[in-house]
Design a protein around this ligand. Structure first.
Ligand SMILES: Nc1ncnc2c1ncn2[C@@H]1O[C@H](COP(=O)(O)OP(=O)(O)OP(=O)(O)O)[C@@H](O)[C@H]1O
Length: 303
């Protein structure tokens, strides 16, 4: 279990993480989601004891991670796939890590096979593609067979087959009862991967709940209706308690009433309908809506 309590990190005048509190539980894949610059990497680094918090605490299975000798047996992490010695071979890179953490040398071949890199074991990392580096980083995280795994943007640079593979792996690791925590700035990456979500924006917690609850909260269905008399229908629906937005060309976007009720009201008032559709916002839209005022970088923003 990862327990983050009132965690804060300031860099001079910049507050990267502001009073974050959440828990990551074992047996599930937890997605750590937020727009660029939200503070995800900074939080992951504090969990690993690589950055000192300005305030608050974080423990992994009850203890600060820094206090653990042979750390790779407790937490496996992939933070930056580029942060490797390019002149080393994949196998040599893993041997060095294994030796430093008293992990049997035999694990190196096992984890290379696990990530599909056996054929590249004796190749220099400098010649690896981004996807291969990601796989190597995942292999390093798995080396100590740890109960807690953390990955910063692990799907970055993987091709569609690689993404499928990584998803399957993450799910399997959680299925084995491990704590699996991975960051992303894309909801679409989490949609088919995570069970739980921790969503942050500008260093602050926006949501910590199951993916299902998050989806239900953000996605109010919208009924789209087309009519030759939009003004009349808008008045009727507003009077019935709906929120109505006129989208031009006879189109109304209606929230707060189900499609059946919209159709019945139109019939009662003899307003013809040419189209009636229900649309549920995608998870991506729910995420965008929730983080809209807490994204650091937005198109058209001239700050
Ligand atoms: N060493 C540092 N010195 C100064 N500011 C920093 C430092 N590290 C991070 N920051 C700032 O802290 C904020 C959070 O950055 P962080 O990298 O944690 O965000 P992120 O959510 O991981 O973003 P991304 O999705 O773009 O990787 C940003 O405003 C960033 O500029």
């Amino acid at each position: 279990m990862i327990e983050v309590n009132e965690l804060t990190k300031r860099y001079g005048r910049i507050t990267a993480v502001n009073g974050l509190t959440f828990t990551v539980r074992p047996g599930r894949v937890t997605g750590f989601l937020g727009p660029n610059g939200a503070g995800k990497s900074t939080t992951l680094r504090m969990i690993l004891g690589l950055n000192a918090p300005t305030g608050g605490t974080v423990t992994v299975n009850g203890r600060p991670f820094r206090d653990r000798p042979r750390g790779l047996r407790h937490v496996g992490a992939l933070l930056d796939a580029g942060d490797v010695h390019g002149g080393r071979t994949a196998a040599a890179h893993l041997w060095v890590l294994a030796r430093g953490n008293r992990i049997p040398r035999g694990r190196v071949a096992e984890v290379l096979a696990e990530v599909g890199l056996s054929h590249a074991a004796r190749r220099r990392i400098g010649g690896f593609s981004l996807g291969m580096r990601q796989r190597l980083g995942i292999a390093a995280a798995l080396l100590g067979d740890p109960p807690v795994l953390m990955f910063d943007e692990p799907l970055n640079g993987l091709d569609p087959e690689g993404v499928q593979w990584a998803r399957g792996l993450l799910r399997r690791l959680a299925g084995e009862g491990r704590t699996v925590f991975l960051s992303s700035h894309l909801m679409s990456e989490m949609e088919h991967t995570a069970d739980e979500l921790v969503v942050i924006g500008r260093g602050e917690l926006i949501a910590a709940e199951s993916l299902r609850d998050f989806a239900a909260r953000g996605a109010r269905p919208t009924v789209t209706v087309r009519t030759p008399d939009p003004a009349a229908l808008a008045d009727i629906l507003t009077a019935a308690g709906a929120e109505v937005r006129r989208d031009g060309d006879g189109l109304l976007a209606v929230t707060g009433l189900p499609a059946a009720r919209v159709g019945e009201l139109a019939l009662d008032h003899r307003v013809p309908l040419h189209d009636l559709t229900t649309r549920t916002a995608s998870l991506e839209e729910a995420f965008m809506e929730l983080t809209a005022d807490r994204a650091d970088f937005r198109s058209g923003d001239d700050r």
